[in-house]
Design a protein around this ligand. Structure first.
Ligand code: PGA
Length: 260
């Protein structure tokens, strides 16, 4: 059975109150599909902004308690610093996240690379620091439209992997491939593009010993294209932005992905 992960990246959206209300509504749809989620061992994760960590932690704990499973739903940070405390104005602490129940961190989302100038070397430090604390890094990679059109996709992805994964353990790691040109644009990569790129990534990872590392796809994944994309053998789930903001839409996206 292939490993499946559905990760919601809320970006800078949802107040604590909106977060609590989201989970109240999500619970109904989630409980309805939970037996299928359990049967497929799929994981459902949320990445809220730091201001909604506590609301997310409380809401998820309440749902998990009802389902008698401490990880039916889980959550993590969109961005976490390499140090967990000290003079680092504006940064997020992994120890605070852990205290509130978070278990994971996105690393290297294209918005962090583009707007905050995070480099592969810095992202490597973030992955190592999450692994050191037994937290799950989801390392995001992806090419720009210019890279793709100039035939540089594989070169760019190889660089992001080689530099980002230096000294990284294969034990506790997920890769998310998100073509930058498909994020938030409604432009979905074609079936052939996703198949070909995931096959390339799978091969690269296998050759370096990351044989069990799941590879998620991200970029304008919606409820109506999820079932086609999940049928690609090297796609282990999705990192979802826009379509994760509304509870029934996100639950339908998961349900459609599990209906194979
Ligand atoms: P999108 O975002 O689903 O809105 O394209 C995906 C992401 O940025 O992770």
């Amino acid at each position: 059975m292939k490993k499946l992960i559905f990760a919601a990246n809320w970006k800078l959206n949802k107040t604590p109150e909106e977060t609590r209300s989201f989970f109240k509504n999500f619970e109904k749809s989630f409980v309805a599909i939970y037996s299928r989620i359990k049967a497929t061992k799929a994981e459902v994760m949320f990445f809220p902004p730091a201001s909604s960590w506590e609301a997310t932690g409380d809401s998820i704990k309440a749902i998990n308690d009802k389902l008698d499973s401490h990880l039916a739903l889980s959550w993590g940070a969109q961005n976490i610093y390499v140090e967990s405390q000290g003079a680092f104005t504006g940064e997020n602490s992994s120890s605070v996240m852990s205290l509130l129940g978070g278990i994971s961190g996105l690393v290297g989302h294209s918005e962090r690379r583009t707007y905050f100038k995070e480099t592969n070397d810095f992202l490597n430090q973030k992955i190592l620091s999450l692994q050191k604390r037994s937290l799950l890094p989801i390392y995001c990679i992806g090419e720009t439209l210019q890279d793709r059109e100039s035939g540089a996709t594989e070169k760019i992805l190889s660089e992001q992997l080689a530099q980002g994964l230096k000294n990284v353990s294969s034990e506790n790691l997920v890769i998310a491939y998100e073509p930058v040109w498909a994020i938030g644009t409604g432009k979905i990569a074609s079936f052939a593009q996703v198949s070909e790129t995931h096959a390339f990534l799978r091969k690269w990872l296998n050759e370096k010993g990351f044989t069990e590392t799941p590879i998620l796809y991200g970029g304008s994944v919606k409820a109506d294209n999820a079932s086609e994309l999940i049928s690609i053998s090297d796609v282990n789930g999705f990192l979802v932005g826009g379509a994760s903001l509304e509870p029934t839409t996100f639950a339908t996206l998961i349900e459609n992905s599990l209906s194979l």
